[in-house]
Design a protein around this ligand. Sequence first.
Ligand code: MG
Length: 383
Amino acid sequence: MAKKITLLGSTGSIGTQSLDVARMHGYEIFGLAANRQVAVLERQIAEFHPRYVAVVDPAAYAALDAALSGTANPPKLLKGPEGLRALAAMDGPDIVLNAVVGVAGLPASLAAIESGHDLALANKESLVTGGHLVTDAVKKQGVKLLPVDSEHSAIFQCLQDTNAAKTLEKILLTASGGPFFGLKADALAGKKKEDALKHPNWSMGAKITIDSASLMNKGLELIEAVWLFGLPPEKIQIVVQRESVIHSAVQFADHSVIAQMGVPDMRIPIQYALTWPERLPSPAPELDFAALHSLSFDVADEETFRCLAACKKAITKGGLGPCAGNGANEEAVRLFLEDKIGFLDIGRLVEGVVDADSYGGSYTLADVYACDAMARSYVRNHI
Ligand code: MG
């Protein structure tokens, strides 16, 4: 029987690469969800014939509804954030893959888990903003949480030896360093979105590419790793690996280090999340060691890249600290992409909001929304 998948965030970079994997293995697509890219959704519907499609943006929903009228066997359409959540919860798929961008992905992750679905998670913000809500729900439901983020997939792959995993001592979370590696504040001050959008190794969406340039992405990933693997932040070391060939590594009690390697191609970690614990042939190319020649390593410059320092402070504070930092970053990146703030302002604003409160203690989903709104308004008031 072909595996059935609901794919949330189907028109983005992870979404389209997930459909490459689904196409190769003949997976059935039960549901698709996207924000507003109607033309891409139309092509995906024509190829994969999902039974349900959720569109978050109301104008895009209306446009898709009109475009599908008169076509044979159109999918049932669902509208808005409520439609996204309803689709995530719906019975039918074997697994839900959440590739929504930003905190908007959290309610969908919770809906999928609470309905008893295994969740392949590409939306790191689910764990960053609602870490204990997500992990508590996973425990309560007894479902699997499978990381899609390349670094976390690498760590997960390195921990498949369950006896060794019991002695996990340290995580070596690799970072490419992004397009601004080695630069100091004076050189970064004038950087524009065109400069930040040039990632050396990975082809990704705009938001995550800016986050890679600011090292916010690595800060978010550090928080994600704390929740996924249960180590405190001080046991997670950021290692700059410029070629993006070592996707992360783990160190055990005997100081043996196991790393996962491969070409920088998201279809490998996407596929592993969908096929785990099996491995299947991949559309991604082989890693060619002869062409590689060498691998280089360095340390991350937290003094310059304040987003990374702010994320460490945020997860150490706990509670809603990471949610505040993430909300500030989402708003700051939006303003940076509109040329309304400078590159260094992103780190200043994220650190500012993290420093502004103690944030500790437990929280509800409503608290997450309130904290996210507070962080966004903090940014608008401090530019
Ligand atoms: Mg990553």
